[in-house]
Design a protein around this ligand. Sequence first.
Ligand SMILES: [Zn+2]
Length: 152
Amino acid sequence: MNLTPGELARMQRLTAETRERIWRVIDDMAARGFDVYVGQTTRTVEEVAAAVAAGRASVGMKTDWHVLGRAADLRRRKPDGGVNFDQGPDSEPFWRALYETATSHGLRSLAYRADGSKLIIHGAKGPIWDSGHVEWREPYATLAEAAAAEQS
Ligand SMILES: [Zn+2]
C-alpha cells in the first residue's frame, strides 16, 4: 500500500467510519493484486453542481454522499504510479473486484446492480458509469436523512 500524501489527505477528510471501511477495501484489493488509487473524497455542493453541469454526475443532483464525507471515487493505480481511468473490458476484473470488496464491507458501490449488470446513470452529456464510486450510508436509509442528522 503506497498512498501519496494527497491521497492520505483526502482519506483524512472522510468520516472515521467511512475511512475505516475504505482502508479495508484497499487492503483486500491489494491482497487480490490490485493497487487502489484514492480519487475524490469530500466535495462541496458547489462542486456537485459543477460536476452535474460537466456531465460527470446525475442530472438534477443537488448534493451527495461526498458532501457528507461518506464517499470516495476509487481507481486502479498503474504500475508507473499513474491513474487508470479505463472502463473497457480490460479493466472489468478490477471493477468487479472493487464492487465485491466494497459491498463485502457494507459500502454501496455504483458499479453494478445486484444482478451483475452495470449501473448506468443519466448525465447531462450522456450515460455515466460511475464504476469507482463507493459510499457508506449506515445507519441512514437516505441521503436526506443522513444530511439532516450530520449537517445540523
Ligand atoms: Zn463519487
